[in-house]
Design a protein around this ligand. Structure first.
Ligand SMILES: CC(=O)N[C@H]1[C@@H](OP(=O)(O)OP(=O)(O)OC[C@H]2O[C@@H](n3ccc(=O)[nH]c3=O)[C@H](O)[C@@H]2O)O[C@H](CO)[C@@H](O)[C@@H]1O
Length: 368
């Protein structure tokens, strides 16, 4: 059996694609999986490292403003479409799966026109333009949030699956994780981070609140600054006269490799609202304070955050309104009310989709 996967540009589209590729290899032992991306996207680096056969086609995105680059789009799109057709013809996949990003356009369209079964996965509550267009020609659409279903014209083909998270996120054990991070039994652990790159406004707010959080009985805090912003964060602390080495209850890290353990240990998460982060928070059933990245395409992070907030799983603050004072106010209120925290945790768990990968694989299996 042969499967073709496509999706790219940012990690947000690539990691779910890799999760699906891995799932297919387990479900259909001996199957061949080929990946089509662009030569420019992050996928050109990550996918070959994951051991998958990788090919590229040309693909360009429409600029949202008037730009001379848009004049090249029809020509490049046609060239990419022809390249995709040739690759699909030679590989002869049983099904084609797209996870968003420009490159999906020519590849999934070519497959659909060649009458090969197609499925696309949408990660965000407000879908990207490529997936919205493709949803008219594909056989199936798998979505992460119920809230995105309304944007797809052929709702009958849409299935709410969720976004596949790393197996370690599901498997991590809370007691062992708390031991590892040195969290005492009745202490509350707050985990704050700003997506894979860190977030300046989150860093600023944590730095402003640092003095007040330091030494608080019963509170432990783990803050991740993001690799590119660690030095700046440390400078902010220094300029406020804070010596972070002396403060026992707050740990600061540039990047957290062990996110699965940290999430397992945490009682509250403060973060951006990227789709992968929210999928992880909800499968772990964690309450969250979300500060969506305001410049994400179509403001999709705010849509993602609202999907949780509307169901009582999270509290949301817009980036423009966020500060150290607001962080303290919100966190104080939440931590003082353990019953509310427990309700939020339960609401979060209800939104979690631990079977996301299985459900996506079932959909693919039904098509082939
Ligand atoms: C800025 C932007 O437009 N980001 C988009 C990008 O998210 P992007 O992939 O950057 O961010 P996500 O929040 O979706 O994922 C971050 C991932 O990094 C992990 N992590 C983070 C920090 C750390 O120290 N350690 C660690 O392991 C998290 O556990 C998570 O798995 O694609 C997503 C899916 O299309 C979108 O929803 C996001 O809006």
């Amino acid at each position: 059996m042969r499967f073709l996967i496509t999706g790219g540009g940012t990690g947000g589209h690539i990691y779910p694609a890799l999760a699906i590729a891995g799932g297919l290899q387990e479900r259909f032992p001996g199957c061949a999986v080929m990946y089509i991306g662009t030569g420019r996207g992050l996928e050109a680096d990550i996918v070959p490292k994951a051991g998958l056969e990788f090919h590229t086609v040309r693909a360009v995105g429409l600029r949202r403003s008037l730009s001379p680059q848009n004049l090249k789009v029809p020509w490049e799109a046609l060239a990419g479409y022809r390249e995709a057709r040739r690759l699909i013809h030679d590989f002869a996949p049983r099904a084609v799966v797209g996870t968003g990003g420009y490159v999906c356009g020519p590849v999934v369209l070519a497959a659909a026109r060649m009458k090969i079964p197609t499925l696309i996965h949408e990660q965000n509550a407000f879908p990207g333009i490529t997936n919205r267009i493709l949803s008219r020609v594909v056989d199936r659409v798998a979505v992460t949030f119920e809230d995105s279903i309304k944007y797809f014209p052929r709702r009958a083909a849409v299935r709410l699956t969720g976004l596949p998270v790393r197996a370690e996120i599901l498997a991590a054990d809370r007691n062992r994780a708390r031991e590892k991070f040195g969290v005492r039994e009745n202490d509350l652990l707050v985990l704050s981070f700003g997506g894979s790159q860190g977030a300046r406004s989150l860093n600023r707010a944590v730095a402003e609140a640092f003095g007040s959080l330091a030494g608080r009985p019963g509170l432990q805090w783990l803050h991740v600054t993001g690799r590119g912003q660690h030095a700046e964060f440390m400078d902010m602390l220094k300029s406020r006269g804070v010596d972070n080495e002396k403060i026992e209850n707050i740990t600061v890290m540039p990047y957290l490799y062990d996110m699965p353990q940290a999430m397992a240990a945490a009682d509250l998460v403060v973060s951006r609202a990227g789709a992968a982060t929210l999928a992880e928070i909800t499968v772990r059933g964690l309450p969250a304070l979300l500060v969506p990245f305001p410049y994400a395409t179509g403001n999709h992070q705010e849509h993602n955050a609202r999907a949780l907030a509307a169901r009582g799983a999270a509290d949301m603050v817009r980036d423009a309104d966020f500060s150290g004072r607001v962080l303290l106010e919100k966190v104080d209120k939440l931590l003082a009310d353990r019953a509310r925290l427990a309700e939020m945790a339960a609401a979060s768990r209800r939104l979690g989709k631990p079977r996301a990968l299985d459900d996506i694989l079932d959909s693919i299996a039904e098509m082939v």
